[in-house]
Design a protein around this ligand. Sequence first.
Ligand code: PEP
Length: 251
Amino acid sequence: MIRRKLVAGNWKMNGLKRDLGEVRAIAAAAAAHPQVDVAVCVPFTLIADAVAAAPELTIGAQDCHAVDSGPHTGCVSPAMLVDVGARTVIVGHSERRADQFETSQDAWAKAAGAHRHGLDVILCCGETEAEHDAGRAERVVQAQIEKSVPDDASPEWFTLAYEPRWAIGTGRTPSVEDIAAMHAIARAKLKQLVGEERARGIRILYGGSVTGKNAAAIFAAPDVDGGLIGGASLTSEKFVPIIEAAVEVSR
Ligand code: PEP
């Protein structure tokens, strides 16, 4: 099965209305390269404006609540995201696991809730530096996948992102061989959970200090179906070369 590359930006807590020009420039690059899929996950406050600025581009959110509505001060439901035009959502990001103490069970509930409302989901997993150094990365990632991937996960709406926490925003990346090995482990775990056919079609993104310089080598690795990009997605100058790297390896 051919899996189209996906390059997804995660703007984190960055971006004001004055930055919408970057969204427009990224949208133009995405339109020029229809061989690959591109998404930009902006802060909640920018979703509606980003959708208006770039209606053809997939605009997403970086989190959502698991339930539709109710007494959850400060939270945003999947229905609200759909209402403002978001088409995808990141769940289980390691920064939310670290800062908001979210668990894999939380990520599972959010993924299921988002899917109920027709959103695509990018679900993150990845070990900490201490877990990596202790040789526990494989077991940690397998357990996260087991606890967070919904039973009905399928390529039409579900994407997994492997993001070693120690590589996020640090300028450090695992070797391409180590990335490929972890992606193979993740795909094997997906097979156990959702069956061979769906697991073969589900995209697995790599995230953690991807740049225009290292993207092509990472994206060319087996079982790597694109990237989840933080810092380098904030400007079109840095993000477009990553989109182009995905195009290059898709030929
Ligand atoms: C991320 O936040 O998902 C991420 C991969 O960040 P960065 O690209 O900055 O390491």
